[in-house]
Design a protein around this ligand. Structure first.
Ligand code: PLP
Length: 365
């Protein structure tokens, strides 16, 4: 199978060892980074991993970790399946939902791996549009417009990458109920939960017919743990997910599972830092858009770690992104999300130095 090139990852990989090096990485969609030393020192009882048995963990993940994930989402530990990042969670779900001739409804714009994984699992991708002119609002009706006889599942990403839009709780519930009547599960990708600007939203894990995907990478800012999860209350489907995971990965690493459980025990400190960095940097980004005097427009993110401003004259953003990278600032060209006149700016990972970086980007607009 020939998958399309992953333009987003190709773009960031191109600058991994750039000279001069990238001083300000606004291409990342994670929160601010942590070293192992900093993470282990969090909390009242610093973590010592030296006696961790280095065997396999179980396919569904250790009980302690599943309980910690469940607590974060207000779910039952039995509903949790640990995966290798949100990436494997999505892949496993698409695998078990696949049936001959089936389709899957996906957001457009959206995280590019959704469509690639759908293709890999032979699910026909049915895009539903998040309309710029409507402020990228995520409505149940827009999603349902992509649902038909062959739909095997629907994916909603809230907060959303790249736009930062959030589907309101009542819309999510209405969508889940409507889909339930048609026998279609609603996958809610919550990897950016709970980073919100304005009204906070609860996790969708308690809504009937919702399957949640989460991870340690984005809001929890620990992508190197390569740890994610599925929360699915359907016991029969969960057994198939665990079965598929046993074939594909056997288990996650017990070392990384312990690190993740420790991080989740200290989630308030980690999430608090990510929210504070995102709040401050979003204000700086807002000022940059205002300084552009109408050359750049945006929909202010309601949550998450990414914003998706655009050039009002419709020009392609690649040249700006190249020029900014040469000056040490990495942002993502909108064509990586099928919108060449946009730029994706990840604003939650950079601690300090943002004002100077945004001056550089602003001078190129
Ligand atoms: C919306 C969304 N879901 C899932 C993922 C997968 O990330 P990971 O495998 O690190 O959990 C990403 C990564 O960028 C993402 O943006």
């Amino acid at each position: 199978m020939d998958l399309p090139p992953f333009l987003l990852d190709q773009w960031t990989a191109r600058f991994a060892s750039a000279s001069p090096p990238i001083a300000c990485n606004l291409a990342s969609s994670t929160g601010p980074g942590w070293t192992l030393r900093e993470l282990a020192a969090l909390g009242d009882s610093p973590l010592d991993l030296t006696d961790t048995p280095l065997g396999y963990s179980s396919a569904e993940g250790s009980r302690a970790l599943r309980a910690a994930i469940a607590a974060l989402h207000g779910a039952d530990p039995d509903w949790v399946v640990v995966t290798t990042g949100g990436s494997e969670a999505l892949s496993l779900l698409f695998c078990v939902l696949e049936q001959p001739g089936a389709s899957i409804a996906l957001p457009d714009p959206g995280y590019p791996a959704y469509a690639a994984m759908a293709m890999a699992w032979r699910l026909d991708a049915q895009p539903y549009r998040l309309a710029r002119e409507a402020g990228y609002v995520q409505s149940a009706d827009a999603v349902l417009s992509a649902v038909g006889e062959r739909t095997a599942a629907v994916v909603v990403n809230t907060p959303h990458n790249p736009t930062g839009s959030v589907m309101k709780r009542d819309e999510l519930s209405r969508l889940a109920t409507e889909l339930s009547g048609r026998g279609i599960p609603l996958i809610v990708d919550e990897v950016f939960h709970p980073i919100y600007f304005g009204s906070a939203q609860p996790s969708a894990a308690d809504i009937d017919n919702v399957v949640v995907v989460g991870d340690m990478s984005k809001a929890l800012s620990l992508p190197g743990l390569r740890l994610g999860w599925i929360i699915d209350r359907d016991a029969e489907r969960r057994a198939r997910l665990i079965g598929a995971r046993s074939y594909f990965a056997i288990s996650h690493s017990p070392l990384l599972e312990r690190l993740a459980a420790h991080a989740l025990a200290n989630a308030p400190a980690i999430l608090g830092r990510a929210q504070a960095v995102a709040d401050a940097n979003l204000a700086a980004l807002e000022a940059m858009v205002a300084r552009s005097e109408g050359r750049m427009a945006w929909v202010r993110p309601a949550g998450g770690t990414t914003a998706f401003p655009w050039f009002t004259d419709g020009r392609d953003s690649r040249r700006l992104c190249d020029a900014a990278a040469r000056q040490g600032v990495l942002v993502v060209p909108g064509d990586c999300f099928g919108r060449p006149d946009h730029v994706r700016i990840g604003f939650a990972s950079q601690v300090g130095g943002l004002d100077h970086a945004l001056e550089i980007v602003g001078s190129l607009v």
